[in-house]
Design a protein around this ligand. Structure first.
Ligand SMILES: [Zn+2]
Ligand SMILES: [Zn+2]
Ligand SMILES: [Zn+2]
Ligand SMILES: [Zn+2]
Ligand SMILES: [Zn+2]
Ligand SMILES: [Zn+2]
Ligand SMILES: [Zn+2]
Length: 1756
């Protein structure tokens, strides 16, 4: 109560003082003041505590208003020297705005970056600028902002081209560099300066103020009360739930209040949770601290004096005010910058800006946000001061980073986050490097924060706990800053820049040295390792540094001098790392094939080895750059090439590669997963560029400087294979003595791996600098090899390619040259396929293939070759030549050691019985031979006269082996192998090799003989090829014949099978009969008399035709459907629906009191029944369901997991198709109807019926006489005797067996329960009504669906829907038999009273308020309850027809009443036949007019009216046709089984209606005229006609999902301006769009949870209950994801209808490609909705993906 009083009191108390206040006078006083700061402070000291923080409930509106009047206004007066609105307007006018847009992004706002023109990916445009820029035609990227950051439009450094949008295009006439202060008077400048310094100082003082009970000097309040706040601060440690729980305890608030406190704390960083005297607040504080200190450090709480809080509030306001004022003029902005950056009294780094920055981590979120924003709109917008600010920022850098690492707020709330705004500006970055030595500072700071080192000074990370990871992540932001600094490579170098860059490089090498050799591993033998060693931290570091290392190299490559110096430095660093290279490692000499080399004894499998070698790898990169930039050739004298020791260079990379090989060979199994993971990342696309790739390059570099024999011997030695190949008899089986199978297997794998490595060392020439290629060649090759595996989607390709620091793979430039794009269909995604001509570039041993990739690619390529009718050889591709520096590498292919190895493997293969060789080994050997031959061929081809071809592989392989003597030559071995039966797969490859050898030999002979034309060789090849072709053709023909024979055999077998299992097939034929055969077989007999589905003349099935036999899916038994037989049921799903609703604003009915008898024509809530069509015995189903229940109970006890279906609610999955179901419908036979000859006409029938009804009324009154009605007791049974044959006492026999009756009750109850959302109650009189309603609604929705899908009325429905409708209709007509007879009778009476006046029924509805189809269905289905007591020979058929006629006439009238007059643009010609209809409808309309007078509109055209009637009533007639078809089992006429013109006539004939419907009226005018008059006399008719908008117009159009914009960013933009409707202007975190009605919701957040049926639910779930009767379709805008919800527990995500240009969706908006609406996919979603399949879809999704079941859908 106290709170409320203060709230009301205070303003009034201060009122007089405030009213007398004059801002103008105050400002005038200030102008005279000698000590202005003191005056202003006095003013603030007096007023601020009176305006702000006066009680527990703050009132921001009135505070702001008062602050504006009392605090800001005098400031503005002083500043302008006149009326502020005038002064500011003048300022704005004379302002020349800068070209920078500077729009600060809101959270979730779309941002755009141009992939072609942006200097780096942090350069973004706001939507407005983007739409006005050239980039919208470029390849752009769209993301959503995380808040903060601003639009870079107008910043020439941010864009390679098109820096301005249309709006920010500079006016050329402007001299833009002019000083903005020039436009301001000196007076004004002085005043601005004064006031800005005071206010900014005040704000800084207050925000950095850390005393809780005192104020800075000069601000002490005149009077101070004992008023305090208990202030709760945000941290990132405690969860929402913890805070909410604690608050409820500590300050005694409700859950709701606690949620609101917690939300504010999270958003603003602090919130007062209690107001009162000191003691009171202190008490709350101690409770909070106590409650939250258990596991972690406690929540931060302070008890602060109200005046302190008040001044802090105003300080924030003041900063906002400054931000607003400087918007008027760039001059003011400049002054503010000047004030902010002016050195304070403490000298260096003591300006106000410095003070703020240095206190950043002590401030709360809200304060930080506001001053960061002010920085952005002032310092960063001013070109002159941005530079100064950058320098200050760099000077404080180390301190700020250290503060940030300790701070627990996210980076977006830290001042360090501004680095992106500063460092990414290339000119600033360059300046900071040269002047503030920024690069070195960043790296040093980084190193300082990573203190864990081992004895050698290398990094050693502790166990990577969550907290470690957290800290480590913070430190990593420094790497991010380094990346920003390096992101744009300089085009011009100054000496100073070189110096500072190299200094930075030194620091960087220090960092890399700490990484060289970190996390070493030793092979575990015997036992498995006990604990997986830590490895993630090291790899995280490597991954983060990958781009930096690449960028360093790029910088080096851009300047020769820098490159040379960097190379030297790097070499020194590496030498330093290897200072102990040979320490303790024994030197040995290896000899083989007549060569020998000195090396050391070292075994990877026994000693320490590390995967981290960044220094070696950097050197490898620089070495390649020497070649690429040609520095190696131009300045060899400046390079330390002679100091290089090739064996030292290759040693560690080689060890690392051997480690991988040994891991593959299974030698490191006991070292656990951490090693496997490391090896995985070593090759992974994220790391390989600066790991695996560089190791390979280092091997290439080393080998190119060595004798190839020596190189290979060292390789053999490190692979621990030397002994195998060096032994004299190595060609004999090397393993004779080695019986250990594991070792043999290991060695085989190692040999394979080693051969692969040799292939790579010689064959990988696609890096510019190694081979003579361009950058794009390398990329093309990557893509070709990815697509050789299989066609891929754009995103898959992107994932497989390394990205550069701009997150670009460069793929777009080259993709089209190697691939063809295939568009996606309605599902799936677009795919790129390799162009066929690129297949020849395929290299099976492509270095980036994993083993799995390799075998997939091999299979795919062989298959392709077979399809093209080619041989299956996959020879190596032709390679580009090496660059000069690496040219000697080709000699590896013809060196003695390699030839020795090749010969050995071939020899092993010749004698397969010895085993211990592998096909992979042979395949690699063949590949190497192929490479050598291609090399020789190329050299021969490109050979000019004077050069001798040094490469002579063919000669060498023709020579017999040397040791032991007389072994066969390699060529001879190959020829032997060609015919070996066990090498079928390799035959084609061997043939290819032999052909190559022949062709090369001829080439050599030719060149030796004369420079002759090259025809001969080709010619020979040609004939060989022809021969091959013929052979293949023959084989293909054989294969075809064989296939045909098999097919013939198979079909014979099939026929046999059918004969054997006749019954089985019989049954399926019978099922077919049920729906289709009827029309086929019986149409001839009934051809003359057209098919009629209703009335005494309707078509009737014979006894045998009625017989229906079905099979139970559970027990497989057959069962005939008979009324007295065992019940058969269909699995069914009943759901509430608003799919056809024409009024989504109608509130849901109160389930207890709602009377569903009459459906309103807006169809706002209906009950839909669907079925998968699977039939079971009722008892089989019951047993099944009980089993499911029991299982579910056990499961819940055991696992507490949920299922996709809710057993307690009666849900189960169809045992056959797993379709979600919640009840069963019994199958019922056709009711037998006898057709007596003579039936009464309409008037007679009506007469009889109303007599029967009167009799019923009398009987009822007699049964329970009411005292109230005593006076009106005129009607008695005596007076109204029942008509002849109507026996009230007759109790009809129930025709159904007990099991059918039970099922009738089951389905009825289910429909009632679901449809009304009530507890089951089989006695409720509304049960049958709900069943009839569901039947009508389902038919209506199917009728709509058929129209929307443009399908004919009959014959196009799937069988399951036919079965479902049939069961529904027949069920409806039988359900009276399990209800109380009198209840159903009274329903009929009330239903009929809507059309025929019955004085005993009150409140009968007006005909415009009734859906006629529901009425028809309910009347027909309830009539049997009346008929069963009649024995006069009246037929049900006649009643059905009369009811149909009656309702049809009423519907015609209803349509005429609601027909909207359309401007008749043209009256179409109508045929003679229609004339009659037009006249009669005109007459009827005139009759209506006589009853209704002028309230009915004037419509002169009969043509128009007839059009209205005809189109308006069509859905009704179609629905009626479906209904009677299924109810009476009458086959459909062929005209209605196809789309076509004759529909109207066919429908009318089928329904026994005249095609001129008006005849119905005129034929029975005597009965209908009075009815018509009565209908028109209903008061509601007049009301409705007054306001025609309330009328439903016919036909009701099908509902659609909302229109979506073509461009997805329009949606993002819409969502970004959407604010949470509950928490006053806050941005919503998960804005979600209802696709049914277009409402935007604040999903998945506490603020918008509401209570629904006693549970807290999120905004989406709450919305579905009103909008979709529990079912919802949403688009989660930030995630680009469709969300399906059903009820509170079911939901799933669904692919959005938005695709990028590559035919892919982007769920989560991660890729940022522009997205466009795919209409087909949207239509598909719409169809799911219209056919009520959303719940089913969710069920299937949840069954397929169990994780979906666990999500708390109700909180979305
Ligand atoms: Zn902009
Ligand atoms: Zn712009
Ligand atoms: Zn562009
Ligand atoms: Zn069964
Ligand atoms: Zn099923
Ligand atoms: Zn909605
Ligand atoms: Zn909200």
């Amino acid at each position: 109560m106290a709170a409320a009083e203060t709230d009301r009191e205070v303003p009034s108390a201060l009122c007089s003082e405030f009213l007398n206040f004059s801002a103008k006078d105050t400002a005038a006083k200030w102008l005279q003041a000698i000590d202005l700061p003191k005056e202003v402070y006095q003013h603030l000291a007096r007023y601020v505590p009176k305006i702000y923080c006066l009680g527990p409930n703050l009132n921001p509106q009135s505070e702001d208003l008062l602050a504006q009047l009392l605090l800001q206004a005098p400031l503005e007066w002083y500043l302008c020297g006149e009326e502020p609105s005038l002064g500011l307007a003048k300022l704005e006018q004379s302002n020349q705005p800068s070209q920078l847009c500077g729009h600060v992004f809101k959270v979730g706002e779309p941002t755009y970056s141009c992939r072609e023109c942006a200097a780096d990916p942090t350069c973004v445009l706001c939507m407005q600028c983007f739409l006005g820029s050239v980039h919208k035609e470029h390849r752009y990227r769209m993301t959503t902002s995380g808040g903060g950051g601003f639009c870079d439009c107008g910043d020439t450094e941010a864009w390679k081209k098109g820096p301005y949008c249309q709006k920010h295009e500079p006016n050329i006439s402007d001299s833009s560099q002019e000083d903005p202060l020039a436009n301001l008077s000196a007076d004004m400048i002085a005043r601005t300066y004064n006031i800005f310094s005071i206010i900014l100082k005040y704000a800084v003082d207050m925000l950095t103020w850390d005393k809780e009970d005192e104020l800075p000097q000069g601000l002490e309040p005149p009077e101070r009360g004992d008023t305090y706040y208990c202030m709760l601060f945000n941290d990132e440690v405690h969860t929402y739930e913890q805070v909410i729980y604690t608050l409820q305890k500590a300050v005694n608030c409700t859950q709701k209040e606690a949620v609101s406190f917690a939300t504010t704390v999270d958003r603003d960083g602090r919130k007062s949770v209690r107001y009162g005297d000191f003691q009171f607040c202190e008490q709350a504080k101690s409770v909070i601290v106590r409650n939250t200190s258990r596991q972690t450090k406690p929540l931060r709480v302070q008890v602060m004096h109200s005046s302190v809080v008040a001044h802090q509030c105003f300080a924030l306001k003041a900063l906002n005010w400054l931000g607003q004022i400087i918007r008027y003029s760039d001059a003011l902005r400049r002054i503010l910058c000047q004030v902010g950056l002016q050195k304070g009294p403490e000298g260096e780094n003591s300006s106000l800006v410095d003070t703020l920055m240095l206190c950043d981590s002590k401030m709360w979120k809200g304060a930080r946000n506001i001053y960061h924003q002010l920085f952005m709109s002032s310092l960063l917008m001013d070109l002159k001061y941005k530079k100064q600010f950058a320098i200050q920022f760099a000077k404080n850098y180390e301190r700020l980073q250290s503060d940030y690492v300790k701070d627990d707020h996210d980076r977006e709330f830290s001042i360090t986050d501004l680095s992106v705004q500063i460092f990414t500006v290339p000119s600033l970055a360059r300046m900071l490097i040269t002047e503030e030595n920024l690069m070195t500072t960043i790296i040093r700071t980084f190193l300082d924060h990573l203190r864990h080192r081992d004895l050698q000074g290398r990094f050693q990370f502790e166990r990577y706990t969550a907290q470690q990871a957290f800290k480590f992540r913070r430190v990593q932001s420094l790497i991010g800053d380094l990346k920003y600094v390096l992101i744009s490579c300089p085009t011009e170098w100054t000496d100073k820049l070189r110096e500072k860059f190299l200094e930075g490089l030194d620091a960087f090498l220090e960092l890399l040295k700490c990484m060289q050799g970190m996390d070493p591993v030793v092979r575990q033998v015997g036992q498995h390792i006990e604990m997986e060693p830590e490895w993630e931290a090291a790899f995280t570091l490597q991954m983060k540094l990958t781009h930096i290392i690449s960028m360093m190299q790029e910088w080096c490559a851009s300047d020769e001098r820098v490159l040379i110096e960097a190379y030297k430095k790097c070499l020194t660093a590496l030498t330093h790392c290897h200072s102990g290279f040979t320490d303790g490692e024994q030197p040995i000499t290896l000899s083989m094939c007549g060569h020998s080399v000195d090396t050391i004894r070292y075994c990877v499998s026994q000693e320490k080895v590390s995967i981290h070698l960044p220094v070696s790898r950097l050197l490898a990169g620089l070495h390649v750059l020497l070649s690429k930039t040609e520095v190696a050739y131009r300045f060899p004298e400046q390079l330390p090439l002679s100091e290089l020791s090739p064996p030292m260079l290759i040693e560690h990379p080689l060890r690392c590669l051997v480690l991988c090989a040994q891991v593959h060979a299974g030698m490191w199994r006991r070292n656990g997963f951490s090693l496997v993971n490391q090896i995985y990342y070593y090759h992974n696309v994220k790391c390989r560029v600066e790991m695996f790739d560089k190791d390979l390059m280092m091997l290439q570099a080393g080998a190119s400087m060595m004798d190839p024999n020596h190189f290979l011997m060292i390789v053999l030695s490190r692979f621990e294979l030397f002994h195998i190949f060096s032994s004299a008899d190595c060609r004999k089986r090397y393993n004779r003595e080695n019986a250990n199978k594991d070792v043999v297997q290991q060695n085989s794998t190692l040999i394979e791996e080693m051969l692969h490595l040799i292939i790579m060392v010689v064959g990988e020439r696609f890096a510019p600098g190694i081979g003579q290629v361009e950058n794009c060649d390398e990329l093309k090759r990557e893509i070709v090899h990815q697509l050789c595996i299989r066609p891929m989607a754009h995103s898959e390709l992107v994932k497989a390619l390394p990205e550069n620091e701009n997150k670009e793979t460069g793929m777009e430039r080259v993709i089209d040259s190697v691939a063809l794009f295939k568009k996606p269909g309605v599902t799936g995604r677009g795919l790129y396929e390799l162009r066929p001509e690129c297949a020849k570039q395929f290299n099976l041993y492509f270095h980036h293939y994993s083993r799995a990739d390799q075998s997939k690619a091999e299979e795919a390529q062989r298959k392709l070759k077979r399809q093209n009718g080619e041989d299956s050889a996959l020879p190596p591709p032709v390679l580009p030549p090496f660059c000069q520096l690496f040219a000697s590498l080709v000699n590896i292919l013809q060196c003695d050691v390699l030839l020795g190895m090749l010969g050995a493997v071939l020899q092993w293969a010749v004698e397969p019985s010895g085993g211990h060789w592998s096909e992979s080994m042979l395949q690699r050997v063949l590949h190497l031979i192929g490479m050598a031959l291609l090399e020789e061929q190329q050299q021969l081809e490109s050979n000019s006269e004077d050069n001798e071809v040094t490469f002579n592989f063919t000669l060498k392989i023709s020579r017999p082996g040397e040791a032991p003597s007389n072994t066969p030559s390699i060529l001879a071995l190959l020829e032997t192998l060609q015919n070996a039966p066990h090498l079928e797969v390799h035959k084609d490859m061997i043939r290819w090799i032999l052909k190559m050898v022949v062709s090369i030999k001829t080439m050599r002979e030719r060149t030796a003989a004369a420079p002759s034309p090259e025809g001969a060789g080709h010619c020979q090849e040609q004939t060989v090829r022809d021969k091959d072709k013929a052979e293949r053709k023959r084989k293909a023909e054989m294969a075809r014949l064989r296939r045909e024979k098999i097919m013939a055999q198979m079909s014979e077998m099939q026929r046999h099978f059918i004969n054997e299992n006749k019954e089985l097939f019989q049954q399926s034929l019978e099922e077919l009969d049920a729906s289709t055969s009827a029309s086929q077989e019986h149409s001839p007999s009934s051809w003359d008399s057209a098919l009629v589905c209703v009335g005494p003349r309707r078509w009737r099935a014979g006894g045998s035709e009625r017989r229906q036999v079905v099979t139970c899916i559970l027990c497989q038994e057959e069962q005939e459907i008979r009324p007295d037989g065992r019940a058969m049921v269909l699995a069914a799903f009943v759901q509430r629906s608003t799919v056809m609703s024409k009024n989504r604003r109608r509130p849901p009915h109160n389930p207890e009191s709602y009377d569903p008898l009459f459906m309103h024509p807006d169809l706002s809530f209906g009950t839909h029944t669907g079925s998968c069509g699977h039939i079971m015995h009722s008892h089989c189903w019951q047993r099944y369901f009980e089993a499911v229940q029991a299982k579910e109970q056990r499961r819940q006890q055991r696992l507490r997991v949920h299922t996709s279906y809710d057993v307690e609610n009666g849900e189960f999955l169809c045992p056959l198709c797993e379709c979600l179901s919640n009840t069963v419908i019994p199958l019922l036979p056709l009711t037998k109807t006898s057709c007596s000859s003579e039936q009464p006409g309409l008037s007679l029938w009506l007469n009889t019926t109303s007599q029967q009804i009167k009799a019923l009324h009398s009987a009822q009154r007699k049964a329970k006489p009411t005292n109230a009605a005593a006076t009106s007791e005129i009607l008695t049974v005596e007076e109204y005797p029942p008509p002849e044959g109507f026996r009230l006492d007759h109790m009809p026999l129930n025709p159904y067996s007990s099991s059918i009756k039970e099922m009738l009750t089951t389905f009825g109850t289910a429909t009632y329960k679901v449809g009304l959302k009530v507890h089951p109650n089989e006695q409720d009189p509304r049960v049958p009504i709900m069943c009839w309603g569901s039947c009508a609604y389902t038919i209506q929705s199917i009728e709509r669906l058929l129209v929307d899908e443009e399908k004919p009325l009959f014959g196009s429905l799937p069988c399951r829907q036919d079965d479902c409708l049939r069961s529904l209709a027949r069920f409806g007509s039988a359900c009276w038999s399990v209800s109380s007879l009198s209840t159903v009778q009274s329903h009929f009476v009330r239903l009929l009273s809507a059309l025929v006046p019955d004085p005993q029924v009150e409140n009968s509805p007006c005909i415009v308020d009734v859906d006629m189809f529901h009425l028809l269905v309910s009347l027909v289905l309830s009539y049997p309850a009346l008929h069963c007591q009649d024995s006069s020979g009246l037929s049900v058929d006649a009643a059905q027809l009369h009811l149909l006629h009656l309702v049809t006439v009423a519907h015609v009238v209803q349509i005429l009443l609601s027909s909207v007059p359309v401007e008749l643009t043209m009256e179409q010609e109508s045929g003679e036949v229609e004339r009659e209809e037009e006249e009669s409808v005109g007459l009827l309309y005139n009759t209506l007019k006589t009853h209704l007078g002028s309230s009915l509109r004037e419509v002169s055209s009969g043509w128009h009216l007839w059009r209205c009637v005809k189109t308006g009533i069509l859905p009704f007639l179609r629905g009626a046709a479906l209904f009677f078809h299924h109810l009476n089992g009458v086959p459909a006429p062929p005209e209605l089984q196809a789309l076509g013109a004759g529909e109207w006539e066919a429908l009318c004939a089928y329904l026994c209606l005249p095609s001129n419907l008006l005849q119905l009226y005129y034929n029975h005018k005597e009965v209908l005229e009075p009815l018509l008059q009565w209908w028109c006399s209903h008061p509601v008719v007049h009301q409705c006609l007054q306001t025609p908008k309330t009328l439903i117009s016919y036909p009701r159009e099908s509902n659609r999902l909302i229109e979506l914009p073509e461009d997805y960013s329009a949606l993002i933009n819409q969502a970004s301006s959407f604010t949470c409707p509950k928490s006053g202007g806050d941005k919503s975190r998960a804005p979600t769009l209802c696709l049914v009605c277009g409402t935007m919701l604040c999903s998945q957040s506490y603020c918008c949870q509401t209570e629904l049926e006693g549970e807290d639910v999120g905004a989406c779930t709450a919305h579905t209950f009103a909008c979709g009767a529990g079912v919802g379709i949403f688009l989660r805008v930030r995630e680009s994801q469709v969300l399906f919800l059903a009820g509170k527990t079911k939901g799933c995500f669904y692919a959005p209808p938005y695709l990028d240009d590559y035919g892919e969706t982007d769920q989560g908006l991660r890729r940022g490609n522009p997205l466009h609406l795919c209409r087909e996919r949207y239509r598909k979603i719409q169809k799911l909705w219209r056919q009520h399949s959303i719940t089913e879809e969710i069920g299937h999704a949840q069954e397929a993906n169990q994780t979906l079941v666990g999500i708390d859908w109700q909180h979305l």
